[in-house]
Design a protein around this ligand. Sequence first.
Ligand SMILES: Nc1ncnc2c1ncn2[C@@H]1O[C@H](COP(=O)(O)OP(=O)(O)OP(=O)(O)O)[C@@H](O)[C@H]1O
Ligand SMILES: O=P(O)(O)O[C@H]1[C@H](O)[C@@H](O)[C@H](OP(=O)(O)O)[C@@H](OP(=O)(O)O)[C@H]1O
Ligand SMILES: [Mg+2]
Ligand SMILES: [Mg+2]
Length: 361
Amino acid sequence: MVTEQSSAASGPGPAYSYTIGYALPPSKVESVIQPSLVSLAAERGMRLVAVDALRPLAEQGPLDLLIHKRYDKPWRAQLEAFSALHPSVPVVDPPAAILRLVDRLAMLDVVSELHPVAVNSAAGAPAAEYCLSVPNQVAVHDAAALASYGADQEDHPLGALRFPLIAKPLAVDGSAGSHAMSLVYRREGLREVQAPVVLQEFVNHGGVLFKVYVVGGRATCVRRRSLPDVPAERLLDLGQDASVPFANISNLPPTADSTAAPGGGADDKGGPICGDNDVEMPPACFVDEVSRGLRRALGLNLFNFDLIRATELDGDGRRRYFIIDINYFPGYAKMPGYETALTDFFSEMLRARPPVDDAHL
Ligand SMILES: Nc1ncnc2c1ncn2[C@@H]1O[C@H](COP(=O)(O)OP(=O)(O)OP(=O)(O)O)[C@@H](O)[C@H]1O
Ligand SMILES: O=P(O)(O)O[C@H]1[C@H](O)[C@@H](O)[C@H](OP(=O)(O)O)[C@@H](OP(=O)(O)O)[C@H]1O
Ligand SMILES: [Mg+2]
Ligand SMILES: [Mg+2]
């Protein structure tokens, strides 16, 4: 039997049945642990409590569920000891699975593990196929490898890539620097690039990006601003910069009707048409299937991914989608209805616990 929360509040105020610990960086606490989330959780009997990762977990209980965005060694050791002592308290998510997302090359490997996605465009209509992949990319670990790439060197590892390229810092470590990128139009632009870096082919996609927030089994797709398409002439224009730096493009204010997302009419491939500027959203069933596949393959419950749709169809007339980024524990407050999504998920995790009576620290 699961014991009731021994630290339930006494006196006036909400009666808590469960305590959910969170170990998150201060910026994430500020952006996600909003009063609206705290009060909805309280209405459902859940108290959200900050856990200090630098103090022993044993001193900070009792806990019924632990969520976190940390993967340093001492924290991993703490979690292991904690789970050994309290196997029935879910820890969301496993640090080893989160670690896969701190390397921009490794994070996208998972996409090749997904099955091809075929989506029914409408009841009875033939299935429309959506081609999903990642842009061609190469990791460069040192400056010498960048410098050694000369003209007409097709046998060089970079020779397989077609300009324009996006240069992305290889490591994702939560710093502003890990989001500092550049759009490289031609080879000379690589001189400005700092290794270690991932060089990824830029895909023209109409300047709109779809950000899909996953919370357990639920996926919510929102539309964001992205980089505009690059015309072929730009690559040959020696009068313009060979590379241009940028950062945090998808957080720029929207040009029109940003939040977009679900609902609306359907296009000829079953995709809802969205909002004011008629940018078609990816079909909900496609988004759901990809999200489910990623959740399973990554072994993660709390993440988002960035999806773009190429301006050009593929040779078989299919829509071409690319996953370009996956983020652990993203800025959920930017997702409509995130309070409900997160508290529903917490409830599910609490319900799914094994029925033992050591559920607390
Ligand atoms: N291969 C690509 N083709 C076209 N545009 C791209 C590509 N890769 C990235 N972009 C654009 O650059 C932006 C930043 O890239 P990316 O999402 O990889 O960086 P990030 O800093 O990890 O973003 P986030 O803030 O979502 O973590 C994307 O939102 C998109 O607008
Ligand atoms: O803080 P780091 O580790 O750099 O990770 C960021 C992610 O890369 C972003 O994707 C998050 O923003 P979005 O939710 O808009 O994707 C962003 O969310 P935030 O707006 O809450 O900071 C961060 O999670
Ligand atoms: Mg991104
Ligand atoms: Mg990212």
